[in-house]
Design a protein around this ligand. Structure first.
Ligand SMILES: [Fe+2]
Length: 217
């Protein structure tokens, strides 16, 4: 049974970059619908007790598109909520900042590449800052419900949702400005720091916490 994960901030804490109205729809309706579908397809089966990551991988192997899409979207959104923080959060420092400088040309160049990758993702999808096991950083866009760790041996550090439902109320069709707001003001660099440590073997990577909240799906 998958239950909803809460936001780590008040619904209006990111406004006007992401409004409370957007969270009401995005977290309260879209995310909840993915959870309901994933539960409808797993509760009462052998998969019910599995971690969400295992459900996603099993659905992919079994070519169960309906379950893969729903469970993948639950995971992606859980990580997206964790990737957000109110404006004013400190930017990368230490080993992560050094890796951004080394592999992506510094914060400004990295931000431009992240925005371009997200803006260039045709249709719906996700844009990820990731690290390989050797600590090398890269930016990858994935389509539709695809978590980046399905086809790439990487640890995600951050993700931004580029489905229209993520930004349309606040930015209309201006996905590029939404991506700019994310990478410049809203990205949770504390999460990225911890994920980078996990990528190079000095910590635990984020996992979807099935028991993180008591909200009914
Ligand atoms: Fe979304």
């Amino acid at each position: 049974m998958i239950v909803s994960t809460p936001l780590n901030f008040a619904a209006d804490a990111l406004a006007p970059l992401i409004s409370a109205e957007t969270f009401a729809h995005h977290h309260g309706k879209h995310f909840a619908a993915y959870i309901k579908t994933a539960n409808d397809l797993t509760v009462g089966t052998a998969m019910e007790a599995l971690a969400l990551e295992a459900i996603v991988r099993m659905a992919k192997r079994a070519a169960n598109g309906a379950l893969f899409n729903a469970a993948g979207q639950v995971w992606n959104h859980g990580f997206f909520w964790a990737s957000l923080s109110p404006p004013g959060t400190a930017r990368p420092a230490g080993a992560l900042a050094a890796a951004i400088d080394r592999d992506l040309g510094g914060f400004a160049v990295m931000a431009s590449a992240f925005i371009a990758a997200g803006a260039g993702q045709f249709g719906s999808g996700w844009v990820w800052l990731v690290a390989g096991g050797d600590g090398r950083l890269s930016i990858i866009a994935t389509a539709d419900a695809m978590p980046v760790w399905i086809d790439h041996m990487v640890t995600p550090l951050l993700v931004c949702d580029v489905w229209e439902h993520a930004y349309y109320l606040d930015w209309h069709s201006d996905r590029r400005s939404f991506l700019t707001a994310f990478i410049e003001s809203l990205a949770n660099w504390s999460l990225a720091r911890d994920q980078y440590a996990a990528a190079i073997g000095t910590g635990d990577a984020w996992q979807f916490k099935a028991d993180a909240a008591l909200e009914p799906a």
